[in-house]
Design a protein around this ligand. Structure first.
Ligand code: AMP
Length: 387
């Protein structure tokens, strides 16, 4: 079993391939935009269509959850798909995701599914303002969301959402989930792997910071055992219910000492990129190990690590590389405003050292392109060394 086909040909497939090669695995990627199997590092090399890709591999996996159900059905028929198409569909549809959380009795924000104006009005009454409305399908990085803060906005938001749902070109009907706004203290996630025989290995929970709705920095430092245990229990419940195989990410809102699930991603995740330098075995390698039936690797944090996303930039000052413990990961993508182009992992032997390196990094990077980084570094300095 050494040939893997990844559905999707973006940076996640690329990093899966980079981690899989030393394991003697051969990775190809199915680019859904051109309906062709490509090389995950050199997309100009093509290897036929999906049917050929399926026939020529031992295992199929996915780097994103918004995959057309026709493609999933074709993969399912081969019995090679891990995680299952059910898990992928749940990750791509907030209605199914909420149903899964409820069926596992996992804490999440109070919510209602909306189809009609009557549902909309009833949801407002049930949830109370402020409310966030999210598209059921194809919502990511804050896209397809409406925030209702006062009743005067209700008619306009309803009209906008209705037009959005009617105009959707999705393979299953688009819909809306209304969710109570949670007054969270911070956003965290847990990334972990479950193997074919049910073995589980999770990474320490990661603190996530967003800029304009997109993840900008993830921070992995030693965490409270109580929170880690809570996150682990959710991971265990959900993966057992789904008989999940591969890496799964779960995003949470932390309110006091409680974690509420925001969403799940049935794949390797941006908030787990720090594991490339912060752990013995990164999330990409563990995903490939899990789906191909190998034992899972160590997921312990070996040193405090942060990941800084590079958004909309295709170069940074080389001096960044002179900071010890800094690793660059470019995705070889064409520059576009706001696009995830790469990330920088920064490690320190201590939390103070990590904070110092982030402060130094912030002075080397364009403050417009990395607009919150200096503030983030200051925040971390204050946290590790309170005045
Ligand atoms: P999502 O696409 O669901 O991850 O939402 C994007 C961002 O919107 C999250 O990272 C949060 O910062 C914010 N958000 C989403 N849902 C809620 C909620 N129920 N309460 C407060 N903030 C939210």
């Amino acid at each position: 079993m050494n040939k893997v086909l990844v559905l999707g040909a973006g940076q996640l497939a690329r990093m899966m391939d980079l981690a899989a090669t030393p394991l003697n695995l051969e990775t190809k990627a199915f680019d859904v935009r051109i309906d062709k199997v490509v090389h995950p590092l050199a997309n100009e090399h093509t290897y036929g269509d999906l049917a050929q890709g399926i026939a020529n591999c031992d295992v199929i996996t996915a780097e994103f959850e918004h995959i057309s159900h026709d493609v999933l059905a074709e993969c399912d028929a081969s019995n090679k798909l891990f995680p299952s198409s059910e898990a992928i569909k749940i990750g791509g549809d907030r209605r199914l995701e909420k149903a899964l959380l409820e069926s596992c009795q996992v804490a999440n924000a109070k919510h209602k599914i909306i189809e009609t104006r009557h549902d909309f009005d009833a949801a407002i009454e049930y949830l109370q303002l402020p409310i966030i409305f999210k598209s059921a399908l194809e919502g990511y990085d804050g896209k397809g969301q409406w925030r209702l803060k006062e009743m005067s906005q209700a008619d306009a938001i309803w009209a906008d959402m209705q037009a959005f749902v009617e105009g959707a070109k999705t393979s299953v009907p688009q819909g809306i989930v209304a969710e109570q706004m949670v007054p969270f203290e911070r956003e965290v996630s847990i990334v972990g792997a479950r193997s074919r025989n049910g073995e589980i290995a999770v990474y320490p929970i990661t603190e996530n910071h967003h800029t304009n709705g997109v993840l900008s920095v993830s921070l992995a430092m030693p965490v409270s055992e109580k929170l880690q245990k809570q996150a682990f229990e959710v991971f265990e419940k959900l993966t057992r219910k789904l008989d999940y195989v591969g890496v799964l990410a779960i995003e949470f809102f932390q309110v006091g000492e409680q974690l509420l699930v925001n969403e799940i991603a049935p794949r390797v995740h941006n908030s787990g990129h720090w594991t490339q330098q912060g752990c013995d075995t990164c999330q990409f390698e563990n995903h490939m190990r899990a789906i191909t039936g190998m034992p899972l690797g160590n997921t312990q944090l070996i040193r405090p690590t942060a990941m800084v996303n590079i958004l909309g930039e295709d170069k940074v000052d080389d001096a960044v590389l002179a900071i010890p413990g800094v690793a660059m990961h470019w995705y070889n993508k064409e520059k576009r405003a706001g696009r995830k182009m790469g990330h920088i992992n920064v490690c320190g032997n201590t939390e103070q050292e990590l904070a110092d390196k982030l402060s130094r990094l912030a002075t080397l990077l364009d403050p417009q392109a990395f607009e919150d980084l200096a503030d983030f570094a200051d925040m971390l300095q204050n946290r590790v060394n309170p005045k």
